[in-house]
Design a protein around this ligand. Structure first.
Ligand SMILES: CC(C)(COP(=O)(O)OP(=O)(O)OC[C@H]1O[C@@H](n2cnc3c(N)ncnc32)[C@H](O)[C@@H]1OP(=O)(O)O)[C@@H](O)C(=O)NCCC(=O)NCCS
Length: 156
């Protein structure tokens, strides 16, 4: 985890919709965070956000032309019997800009978008061992919900 400061200063950012030219930066930052490049996945999310902006949210935080972080999610309804809610699929902040509330501002912005679109709940799913992202979401009041993920290996 990045070293924590006791008094984090807040970076001044402008948050806006993802742009076509952001794609390669997002793929690179996500690859750095997860170790797995997935350009097709990010392409699909970017296209979705541009074609369905009231349902699909993909935001980038910038400061003076520099990209600092992104967040992506969408409103989904009735899958697994779940009433409409906002799902956050991914968040990433440039390592040099962490602990300056960039992630917080991205989280607040996507939640504002979800609220504006009429939903009153936000959800995400994270790996149990992902402590950093767990601390981040917990700090924003996210708690274990009523659904449980089940899985099994499929035999060949
Ligand atoms: C998680 C992440 C988005 C946080 O972004 P950030 O801009 O540094 O977050 P903020 O400064 O807004 O921090 C908000 C709160 O989250 C928690 N937090 C953030 N970084 C933390 C850390 N290194 N250790 C413990 N808690 C932390 C704190 O409670 C913090 O509030 P505080 O500083 O007032 O205590 C960023 O660290 C990141 O991109 N990590 C990699 C993410 C990743 O792996 N994504 C792939 C899966 S989606």
């Amino acid at each position: 985890m990045a070293e924590r400061k006791t008094q984090p200063d807040t970076a001044e950012v402008a948050i806006g919709p993802v742009e076509e030219s952001d794609l390669s930066w997002i793929v690179a930052l996500d690859t750095q965070n997860t170790g797995m490049p997935k350009p097709d996945y990010w392409r699909r999310l970017l296209d979705g956000a541009r074609t369905e902006p009231h349902r699909s949210f993909f935001l980038v935080a910038r400061s003076q032309g520099t990209r600092l972080g992104f967040i992506a999610g969408e409103i989904r309804a009735w899958e697994f019997g779940s009433a409409p809610c906002g799902w956050i699929f991914a968040i990433g902040v440039e390592p040099d800009w962490r602990l300056r509330a960039v992630g917080t501002q991205l989280f607040d912005a996507i939640c504002a978008g979800f609220r504006q679109a009429g939903v009153t709940k936000v959800r995400t799913m994270i790996a149990r061992e992902a402590q950093l992202i767990m601390s981040f979401f917990r700090a924003h009041g996210m708690m274990a919900g009523p659904f449980v993920e089940l899985e099994k290996d499929l035999d060949e």
